[in-house]
Design a protein around this ligand. Structure first.
Ligand code: C2E
Ligand code: MG
Ligand code: MG
Length: 624
């Protein structure tokens, strides 16, 4: 369907009215002079009446945003107004054309030419107006000239036909140009789908429709998974080809009453059609989302490459009375990110709960920025013990005492710091606190065999990491003190470029640092990698220690890990030891070190110091 230019037609209404009322007065006067006062007055009253209608239509369009069906009705009425007005001007021509008195006939001829020009200039955005109206107005003139019955009359008739053709042609050209300009301004060049601007218009209209008609609709925000990889590895041409095909599939899957737009990059958005009620509507939208996911997952063949790509869809249902378009899009976006976080290739519906979580997340993110400055980050130290319950060292655990939110557990803020990249700064700060503590203890004669610090992958992969650690070592730790340093990394490093990880670890080993594989067994645990990575310790994840006394599988898992560690010559630490039975069982299975609430909770430095002092004393005694 060709677009309609409501705004344009709306803007012409007042000029058309003015061009009728004021020149119309002249015709009234001339009619009176020419002795046809009666018809002239009747005609002018007609002009006034139709003009009044035109002004009312102008006002009605402005008074409030119109629903789609109201707009359609308004448009029909505006066309009706234009037809009527033109008919009135044709009528005055017919009335005056044969009246020689006061040269009314000549004026009539001019009127007709003028009317046609006005139609061509003012009404070209609607073919339904200019296509019939120009032939009618000029046609009357042609008949009039032909009726003269002399050669100059025929010549004028021919000229009138030519002029009608020119005006029609001009209108048609202008209309095409307008269509092109609109198309370019409202569509995406690559895929031919609506662009962001048109989408905003359509969404605003949908919200108005819902407001006045009720019902229910939905936004579906679609983002392709790992599209960047395609672009980076196969080039932009292939990426473009893929996007074009995605657009084609979306269009063919969607009912015609849905709007689909490309927001940019690999992001598409759909406005679902208006559904009568929410209960059945939600099911239909979810069904549509599933169908889209299936269609998008089919193999693509682009420039000889066979590609597979999935998508993540964020859904935001739209009820009656929702007016904030920007917010709807943001919330669809949040849902889309949830779909990505849930493993991609799926759809996720926005809910208030998600909204709260996101707000909380943003709050943590915002406050975490200042946490370091405000010295809200501190360390807790959880002791590690050997098989004789002797304290051998500690693991440093970050603690955040937020002024605004109170204690925030690391399980909450560390992942957020990782996502935002803040973990680089935070981790650096933790390292500094840890090293300083180690140095202070050393100065006070407290020595440890094992001093572990958790290192996040993102921090580890940061280009300045090695240098930063080297600087901190230089500042706080003399070489023999570094021997007890253990960096705990998680198996997720395997997802990174392994050669780089190994290089970083080797560089740190030169400084005297050892590595431990934290939470071992939960993640990637590819044994091949374990051989390549220079780790010296495996830390069995809490999940396997849990229930160890009863759970046969967990026991088997610990046995396997201890076995692997034995083969590779690694030390094994069991974490999360919560009772004596677990401790005994782990000892029996052959772990080397133990950590857990049963042995000691994480403690502050002050609380830990008596334990460390006792350890020192015991060691002295042993030596003596
Ligand atoms: P993690 O490195 O595996 O640390 C052990 C976690 O288990 C700690 O939780 C500790 O308090 C808890 N835990 C110890 N014994 C027991 C037990 O017997 N039962 C139970 N249920 N839990 C026990 P926390 O301090 O909440 O830390 C959670 C995670 O946050 C850590 O897991 C670590 O991955 C991360 N994290 C903590 N501090 C840092 C840090 O400074 N940097 C980085 N990158 N991550 C950190
Ligand atoms: Mg750890
Ligand atoms: Mg752990």
């Amino acid at each position: 369907m060709e677009p309609r230019f409501h705004d344009f037609i709306h803007r012409q209404l007042v000029p058309l009215v003015l061009l009728s009322i004021f020149p119309g007065l002249g015709y009234l006067l001339l009619g009176w002079l020419g002795g046809v006062a009666g018809p002239a007055v009747a005609w002018y009253l007609g002009i006034l009446a139709v003009s009044g209608w035109g002004l009312w239509l102008h006002h009605a369009y402005r008074r409030r945003a119109l629903a789609r069906w109201e707009k359609a009705r308004w448009y029909r009425q505006a066309l009706g107004f234009c037809y009527l007005l033109c008919l009135l001007w044709a009528a005055i021509f017919v009335a005056y054309a044969d009246v020689q008195a006061s040269h009314l006939n000549e004026i009539a001829v001019f009127t007709e030419i003028g009317a046609s020009s006005v139609i061509s200039i003012f009404l070209y955005p609607e073919p339904k107006l200019y296509r019939p109206l120009i032939p009618v107005t000029m046609g009357l003139l042609v008949i009039h000239f032909a009726h003269i019955g002399e050669w100059h009359g025929y010549a004028l008739a021919v000229f009138a036909v030519i002029l009608a053709g020119v005006l029609l042609y001009g209108s048609e050209r202008s209309f095409r140009l307008l269509l092109d300009a609109r198309r370019q301004a409202t569509h995406d060049l690559l895929t031919g789908l609506a662009n962001r601007a048109l989408f905003s218009e359509q969404l605003a209209q949908t919200l108005v429709d819902l407001k006045y008609q009720g019902g229910f609709s939905a936004l579906l925000l679609i983002d392709l998974d790992h599209f960047k990889t395609v672009n980076d590895s196969l080039g932009h041409e292939v990426g473009d080809g893929l996007l074009v095909e995605v657009a084609r599939r979306l269009r063919s899957e969607l009912p015609p009453s849905c709007h689909v737009a490309r927001l940019g990059g690999d992001e598409f958005i759909i406005i679902g059609r208006r559904l009568p009620d929410r209960r059945t509507g939600e099911e239909k939208v979810l069904h549509l989302a599933r169908r889209l996911l299936r269609a998008l997952k089919q193999t693509y063949v682009v420039k000889g490459h066979h590609l597979y790509i999935s998508a993540s869809i964020g859904i935001r249902f739209i009820g009656v009375g929702e007016q904030d378009a920007g917010r709807l899009i943001r919330e669809a976006d949040i849902a889309m990110y949830e779909a990505k976080a849930a493993g991609r290739d799926g759809a996720f519906v926005f809910s208030e709960e998600i909204s709260r979580m996101v707000e909380e997340h943003l709050k943590v993110e915002r406050l975490l920025h200042f946490a370091i400055e405000r010295e809200e980050i501190a360390l807790a130290f959880q002791p590690l013990f050997d098989g004789h319950r002797r304290l051998v060292g500690v693991e440093c655990l970050a603690r955040w005492h937020s002024g605004e939110m109170g204690e925030v557990p690391p399980g909450e803020f560390i992942p957020i710091a990782e996502q935002t990249g803040l973990v680089v700064e935070l981790g650096g700060h933790v390292l500094e606190l840890a090293f300083r503590q180690l140095r202070d203890w050393h100065r006070r004669g407290i020595e440890l065999d094992h001093f572990a610090v958790n290192i996040s992958v993102r921090q580890c992969m940061h280009q300045r990491f090695v240098q930063e650690v080297a600087e901190l070592c230089e500042k706080y730790l003399r070489p023999h003190l570094r021997r007890c340093l253990v960096f705990e990394i998680t198996e997720t490093v395997i997802r990174e470029e392994v050669a780089r990880v190994v290089a970083t670890m080797e560089a740190l080993r030169k400084l005297g640092i050892r590595f431990s594989m934290d939470d071992f067994g939960t993640g990637y645990s590819a044994l091949g990698y374990l051989k390549r990575l220079p780790v010296e310790e495996l830390k069995i994840d809490r999940a396997f220690v849990n229930d160890l006394e009863q759970d046969e599988e967990n026991r088997a898992m610990v046995k396997v890990i201890v076995g692997i560690a034995g083969l590779l010559g690694l030390q094994v630490v069991a974490e999360g030891v919560e009772n004596e039975a677990q401790y005994q069982e782990l000892r029996r299975l052959g772990c080397d070190l133990y950590q857990g609430y049963h042995l000691s909770r994480p403690l502050t430095a002050e609380a830990l110091e008596p334990l460390l002092a006792a350890r020192g004393q015991a060691m002295e005694e042993e030596r003596a």
